[in-house]
Design a protein around this ligand. Structure first.
Ligand code: DC
Length: 233
């Protein structure tokens, strides 16, 4: 039972969607921690495919090869210290999937139907037993349309680029303006793709994190979870 187990009974699924850098993974992890739920970062799965494609020398536009590649991949997300550990065919790729090389191609990798079909099936299986907080782009609209709580988390491009800049400082020196440009491009690519584009579900609650702290966003989502659990009783 989670820290709020006294007020939250029965397990629900929580879907958190939104553009890159809106704070989804940090927030989703904390919400899961508070509820005693499992956090699933679906972006990490697409990143693992992108990483595997680079290793196999497959270009991000090669639908056929990517479709075959994804079927050979065993992606496991294991809860661990900072977020979760990502395993790809037995290799710990937690750090490797966060490089810029992966970040720059992952949106294109995620635009292929064969890749999405495979990962969405895995995501649905993981959510089957409820008690899941899942973040991504299409969770509320497509992966878990029946999720009891749906959040669409947004923030200005400037704030998202700044957060990414601070995250990268000391690791990779990338000018802030370049990050802003890249984030805006990734938004466009995620929003405009034909299959499961990034779009708010009609029944999702929009939370703008531009001027909120992480803890304030987490508190808002936990409130939604309480309401839904009470309604579901
Ligand atoms: O959340 P992230 O930045 O790690 O996601 C990496 C990429 O994967 C992002 O460009 C969009 C894509 N993605 C997706 O298409 N659908 C999801 N459910 C999650 C991520």
């Amino acid at each position: 039972m989670g820290k709020n187990g006294g007020t939250i009974s029965g397990r629900i699924n929580v879907a958190i969607d939104g553009p890159a850098g809106a704070g989804k993974s940090t927030v989703a992890r904390k919400v899961a921690e508070q509820l005693g739920y499992i956090y699933i970062d679906t972006g990490a799965m697409y990143r693992a495919v992108a990483y595997a494609a680079i290793g196999a020398g497959i270009t991000p536009d090669d639908s056929d090869k990517l479709g075959r590649l994804v079927q050979t991949l065993n992606i496991v997300l294991a809860p661990g210290g900072e977020g979760q550990t990502v395993w790809l065919n037995g290799e710990n790729v937690t750090a490797a999937i966060r490089t810029r090389e992966v970040t720059l191609i992952v949106s294109q990798i995620a635009s292929h139907e064969a890749v999405r079909l495979n990962l969405v099936q895995l995501q649905r299986e993981l959510a089957d037993s409820k008690g899941i907080v899942m973040d991504g782009r299409d969770i509320g609209t497509h992966v878990l349309p029946n999720a009891e709580v749906k959040v669409f988390l947004v923030a200005s491009v400037q704030v998202r680029a700044l957060r990414r800049f601070q995250e990268l400082s000391g690791k990779e020196a990338v000018p802030l303006q370049q990050l802003e440009r890249e984030i805006a491009e990734r938004d466009q690519s995620d929003e405009r793709r034909e299959i499961s584009p990034l779009i708010r579900a009609n029944d999702a609650e929009v939370i703008d994190s531009t001027e909120l702290t992480i803890d304030q966003v987490v508190a808002r989502i936990l409130d939604l979870c309480r309401t839904k659990t009470v309604e579901a009783k």
